[in-house]
Design a protein. Structure first.
Length: 258
């Protein structure tokens, strides 16, 4: 019995504070992943992967080299298949992770920017006021910024609503946001040359498609005729989205403030 307790004591005496933190961190990550995927189709496949992992460990302990090699290869294929098949669930899980309070605190500045844009779009749609808001990403939009009135102002919903007010001299053009700030307003954007654009789309939508074809920018469109919010990226429009959907898309694809 004394030998048994000595063995346990020797085992735990070699554990450092870093080791305890490491174990707790891994446990926390595993728990969060499980909770994010719980009640989705992906959880069933995740259970299958855990079973394979169990057999891999067992095969290594029993020194079954061939079985270990097969199961390890199968596990790799399983991970790739998991990512491909359950891409929508994983994307949604990442969005939920980003909405976690801890991460909201870390990325508070980004979240506030997106909320200001969302709020302004919702207000403008309700007031039946048209708007065109462009978010610069990797491709530099200086040439388009130069076509408007430079502001370099903080991005707030109040300012965006004021800019697109029909009495404002800048309401006809686009607002371009760079590094989280309103770089310019009243900017001129290129129109798409596509002939298959739906008839219901007006000049704002065509300009939004045009800038998204030439650059990687994200453009939010508010239609004054239909009182709806749309979003253009990569030459394609996602029509008639609500404020929450807009916020979700911005959280996924919008640029991070450097």
């Amino acid at each position: 019995m004394e030998k048994f307790f000595n063995t346990i004591l020797n085992t735990f005496s070699g554990i450092r504070v870093n080791d305890v933190f490491d174990i707790l961190l891994v446990a926390f990550v595993i728990y969060q992943v499980f909770m994010l995927l719980y009640e989705t189709r992906a959880i069933q496949m995740l259970k299958g992967f855990i079973v394979i992992l169990f057999f891999v460990v067992a095969a290594k302990l029993l020194e079954l080299n061939t079985m270990t090699w097969i199961l390890t290869g199968l596990g790799t294929i399983w991970i790739i298949a998991f990512i491909i098949v359950f891409q929508p669930e994983l994307r949604r899980a990442l969005v939920e992770l980003g909405q976690n309070r801890f991460f909201k605190f870390i990325f508070k500045e980004h979240g506030q920017l997106y909320r200001e844009i969302r709020e302004s779009a919702v207000i403008l749609a309700k007031k039946k006021i048209g708007a065109l808001i462009v978010l610069e990403r990797e491709v530099n939009l200086k040439s388009f910024i130069d076509t408007g009135t430079k502001l370099d102002a903080e991005t707030t919903s109040e300012l965006l609503v004021a800019i697109f007010n029909t009495k404002s001299p800048l309401h006809d053009g686009a607002v371009i946001i760079r590094e989280g700030r309103i770089a310019a307003a009243g900017c001129i954007l290129p129109l798409t040359q596509k002939e298959d654009v739906e008839q219901m789309y007006g000049m704002r939508h065509r300009a939004a498609i045009g800038i998204s074809e030439e650059t990687d920018a994200i453009t939010i469109i508010v239609s004054e005729e239909r009182h709806t919010i749309s979003l253009a990226i990569g030459g394609k429009i996602t029509p008639d989205i609500d404020g929450d959907t807009l916020l979700e898309i911005l959280s996924l694809y919008a640029p991070k403030i450097r």
